[in-house]
Design a protein around this ligand. Structure first.
Ligand code: PHE
Ligand code: ZN
Ligand code: ZN
Ligand code: ZN
Length: 317
């Protein structure tokens, strides 16, 4: 049952959820003792739950969300954009998710030069990897009125994968994978804005899973339309994708996903694989971020945020 959720129950009785059975079967389980029910797979593996008893203590920590907000704009029509700032314990998380965090930060800095019509609220989430804890905490502490004041949420988690595709969250459910009522109205129009950006650059793009497996999950769960970008994680690039996007077929989009080698030094990366990858995508052996993908997606992100900062009327409802 690849991709199944696993409930991890520790020897002191605390329980948490991990996104993939692969984490549990090898018992190479990261610290996942979030005492939260927030899973990373909201629907991709219904009912597939296993209980694993783990024989070690997890550390408890306090972690933080970081926010920045424009001084001008309509507070009753807030455009939110976020990226998670934490990584798994295994590594520094440079593609996952230094990439999204850095692109969002640069956009926030550049946006000081404009006065948007709508309030723009940037969020850098903590503890995404432990089960969307930061975003879940934020959303669950909003009043109904505050929820109503958020026009949309844009999410950026892994936007520079070394063997990338340009993936746009499937807000119109054209892949037909989301259950009835799962995706809030307006998400299709958000998908359109990103797609129009890639089209305007003459670049290929494709739908990617809109499953709740990142910080937008708690937002769509309360009916806030959402969208975002994703260049791929542990999944394997197909021949078709390699033909459209370049890169290597039969290789993970991010071969260092959730590993120590998700870094900017190249240390720990498989020499042969990365040499092939580097040659195929014309990147230097300087770690786990494809600079072209990061550059393009930074522009895509900025373009979508600035579009909605001035006008959200394309959103249904
Ligand atoms: N949330 C996943 C992680 O941080 C990455 C991911 C994003 C997976 C979007 C699927 C879709 O590891
Ligand atoms: Zn991750
Ligand atoms: Zn991530
Ligand atoms: Zn779609």
């Amino acid at each position: 049952a690849a991709g199944a959720s696993a409930v991890i129950v520790s020897n002191d009785g605390r329980a948490g959820l991990v996104g993939m059975i692969g984490d549990a079967t090898g018992l190479t389980i990261p610290a996942v003792f979030a005492s939260s029910e927030a899973g990373q797979d909201l629907y991709s593996t219904p009912g597939a739950t296993v209980t694993v008893t783990v024989d070690y203590f997890a550390e408890e920590r306090i972690t933080y969300n970081v926010f920045a907000e424009t001084n001008t704009g309509d507070d009753a029509n807030v455009v939110m954009a976020g990226a998670h700032l934490d990584s798994v314990q295994a590594g520094a998380g440079i593609n996952d998710n230094g990439s999204g965090s850095a692109a969002l930060l640069e956009t926030a800095i550049q946006m000081q030069r404009v006065e948007p019509t709508n309030t723009v609220r940037f969020a850098w989430w903590g503890a995404e990897e432990e089960g969307l804890l930061g975003a879940d905490y934020y959303v669950s502490n909003l009043t109904p009125e505050e929820i109503d004041d958020i026009a949309l949420y844009l999410n950026f988690d892994m936007i520079g994968s070394p063997n990338y595709v340009y993936g746009v969250y499937d807000g119109d459910n054209s892949s037909g994978t989301a259950p009835e009522g799962f995706i809030p109205a307006g998400s299709a129009e958000i998908e359109d804005v990103f797609e129009q950006f890639y089209a305007s650059q003459g670049l290929p793009f494709q739908d990617t899973e809109f499953s709740g497996r990142s910080d937008y999950g708690p937002f769509i769960a309360v009916g806030i339309p959402a969208g975002g970008l994703f260049t791929g994680a542990e999944g394997i690039k197909t021949e078709e994708e390699a033909a459209r996007f370049g890169g290597l077929a039969g290789v993970a989009y991010d071969p260092c996903y959730h590993q120590l080698c998700d870094n900017l030094t190249g240390e720990g990366q498989d020499e042969v694989l990365y040499k092939d990858l580097a040659r195929s995508v014309k990147q230097r052996l300087t770690g786990n971020v494809n600079r072209t993908a990061l550059d393009v997606n930074s522009d895509a992100l900025a373009s979508a945020i600035i579009t909605f900062a001035f006008d959200t009327s394309s959103l249904a409802g």
